[in-house]
Design a protein around this ligand. Structure first.
Ligand SMILES: Nc1nc2c(ncn2[C@@H]2O[C@H](COP(=O)(O)OP(=O)(O)O)[C@@H](O)[C@H]2O)c(=O)[nH]1
Ligand SMILES: [Mg+2]
Length: 228
């Protein structure tokens, strides 16, 4: 019984990876760099996008907003005059707590791939499931906010292992919290040795220039690799 259950999970992930590769081919054909942007609900994903999307120089961004329902984040970002496409898992995808490759595939016809260099996919807020599903991205970034506690890498190791960059957000609140940044960084190092991190605050703008430069750098490096 146990063996059968594991097999089904493996098959589902294989199928997801096949669709993710098809997505990736479509993004590559258009020379679009793709970031899968993950983190708990309220960590500050949308706030950190609001901070940088208009400030990427010659890199033209677009956003795919993943939510269970509603378009509140997309409405916030649309005010920046950046193309934003809404993808709701509650509409035909059973209200899933993550995006998978098939959901992203369904949104590709609505994405302005000819007009952007960088697509940021804001995943559904969740510290578990989004890390299990590739969607065709080049890199994965997660936002961890200091209000969540230093032990989170130890409790949710897959998420912290699955990303190339960890943004430690809301550092403006540190004077009001017991949160110990060094302890967090030790926990992070224990589950994902050597992973890059940036200390940031979407509220005050601390660290935001480094986050912006990192994001623009990803778009430029993928553009260099894209076929002419
Ligand atoms: N103090 C503080 N609050 C923040 C910061 N970033 C986001 N917030 C607040 O945290 C809440 C959730 O932010 P949001 O961007 O919607 O998080 P998301 O669910 O991850 O997209 C909002 O009330 C934001 O104003 C920050 O750096 N410092
Ligand atoms: Mg959001």
């Amino acid at each position: 019984m146990h063996r059968v259950r594991v097999r089904v999970v493996e098959d589902a992930l294989d199928a997801n990876n096949t669709i993710a590769r098809a997505n990736r081919d479509d993004f590559d054909r258009h020379g679009v760099a793709v970031v899968n942007f993950m983190g708990a609900p309220g960590a500050g994903k949308t706030a950190l996008l609001e901070r940088v999307l208009r400030d990427l120089g010659d890199v033209r961004p677009g956003v795919l907003e993943g939510d269970v329902q509603g378009s509140m984040d997309a409405d916030r970002l649309a005010g920046l005059h950046v193309p934003v496409t809404q993808l709701n898992t509650g509409s035909g995808f059973g209200g899933e707590c993550h995006l998978d490759a098939n959901m992203v595939r369904s949104a590709i016809p609505d994405l302005p791939l000819h007009d952007i260099d960088l697509l940021v996919i804001e995943n559904v807020g969740n510290l578990v499931c989004p890390a299990e599903f590739r969607v065709g991205e080049d890199v994965r970034v997660m936002v961890h906010s200091v209000t969540e506690g230093e032990e989170k890498p130890l409790k949710y190791p897959l998420m912290f292992r699955a990303c190339e960059l960890v943004l430690v957000n809301k550092v403006d609140l540190l004077p009001h919290l017991d949160y110990d940044v060094d302890r967090f960084l030790r926990n992070l190092e224990a589950v994902h040795p050597g992973v890059e991190h940036l200390l940031v605050s979407a509220r005050t703008g601390e660290g935001v220039a480094a986050w912006r430069d990192w994001l623009a750098g990803i778009a430029r490096s993928v553009a260099v690799e894209a076929p002419a």
